[in-house]
Ligand binder design. Structure first.
Ligand code: S3P
Length: 170
């Protein structure tokens, strides 16, 4: 059974949708961020603080290499997984890539007050979100299916992903 891979910007709802999907389809749930934290034995903000983004990306790539070998899993990825095209190539070998899009205003609303994302710290949240999103737009375009989550509840998004996924394996 192929994996369901969820990509998308921070705050696009990947974790919540992933959990709902795993429950709904009875599939195992894995998360690249959690795997990185497990490997490093520390939280993501701590990794960034102590070793920087470059080291985080190396660990993230290792996590992807490991996780992409699974089968029949719902794989939630960190928002920057798409920055390394090799990550997507590996994940696609056994998985279908669903890109969860959300408009920048929606992302900002969802992430207001969040302190767990090092790349969004300091300065104006809106400026940071817009800049990173536009820098990454081409990377997120590398997907098999896109769902605009801006005006959908996580359970509606999960329903759509499940529908598409099940239609592929029928
Ligand atoms: C990042 C997204 C985060 C986490 C890290 C970097 C990014 O994951 O991997 O803070 O570069 O977009 P979420 O998308 O789950 O917030």
């Amino acid at each position: 059974m192929r994996n369901i891979v969820l990509t998308g910007f921070m705050g696009s709802g990947k974790s919540t949708v992933g959990r709902l999907l795993a429950e709904r389809l009875g599939m195992r749930l894995v998360d690249t961020d959690e795997e990185v934290e497990r490997m490093a034995g520390m939280s993501i903000p701590e990794i960034f603080e102590r070793y920087g983004e470059k080291r985080f990306r190396e660990l993230e790539h290792l996590a992807v290499r490991h996780i992409s070998e699974l089968e029949g899993a719902v794989i939630v990825t960190g928002g920057g997984v798409v920055l390394n095209p090799e990550n997507l190539r590996l994940l696609r070998r056994r998985g279908v890539i669903f890109y969860l899009h959300a408009e920048p205003e929606v992302i900002c609303r969802r992430l207001a007050g969040d302190t767990s994302r090092p790349l969004l710290r300091g300065g104006s949240l809106e400026e940071r979100v817009r800049k990173l999103m536009s820098q990454r737009a081409e990377r997120y375009a590398d997907h098999d299916f896109m769902i605009d989550t801006s005006h959908l509840s996580p359970s509606r998004v999960a329903e759509r992903v499940a529908e598409i996924y099940l239609s592929l394996i029928d």
